[in-house]
Design a protein around this ligand. Structure first.
Ligand SMILES: [Zn+2]
Length: 140
């Protein structure tokens, strides 16, 4: 039996908003890795009511830019030898490429294959970014 309550080495993503765990799971493409991954949902939390949590037993590091974009309030704990050795504070990235798609259907990036489109943070509250080609607001 795999002990899911404690991992030796890996990453624990804590304080994920209730119901967002699965979304995060697919956005981080965790279904494609071969390591042990556990998604826990609806955990009672004093601060949040309920929360989701993801544990990954792995050597690999996640893309924290993507993580910050999805939810900057998630707590990232790095685990080594069964102990939490580091907490990473996420930030909403200023600029994003390759993660977002412009939501404006008439934007050139959507009908021609423009690669590496850059989006710049325009409204941190709404987590809104602007496309460098058409200036339309887009969020993940
Ligand atoms: Zn655009």
């Amino acid at each position: 039996m795999i002990n899911v309550s404690k991992i030796k080495k890996g990453i624990v993503l804590d304080h994920i908003n209730e119901g967002q765990g699965y979304k995060l799971f697919s956005q981080l493409k965790l279904d494609e890795i071969e390591d042990v991954v556990v998604l826990l949902r609806n955990i009672p939390s004093r601060k949040m009511g309920k929360k989701d949590l993801i544990k990954i037993e792995t050597d690999l590091l996640l893309d924290f830019t993507v993580l910050g974009l999805i939810d900057p309030d998630i707590t990232v704990n790095i685990i080594e030898n069964g102990e939490m050795v580091r907490k990473i504070k996420l930030q909403l990235p200023e600029k994003v490429t390759d993660i977002m798609k412009c939501k404006n259907p008439r934007c050139i990036t959507n009908y021609e294959k423009v690669r590496h489109v850059e989006f710049t943070l325009s409204d941190p509250q709404k987590r809104e970014y602007r496309c460098e080609y058409c200036d339309s607001p887009t969020s993940l």
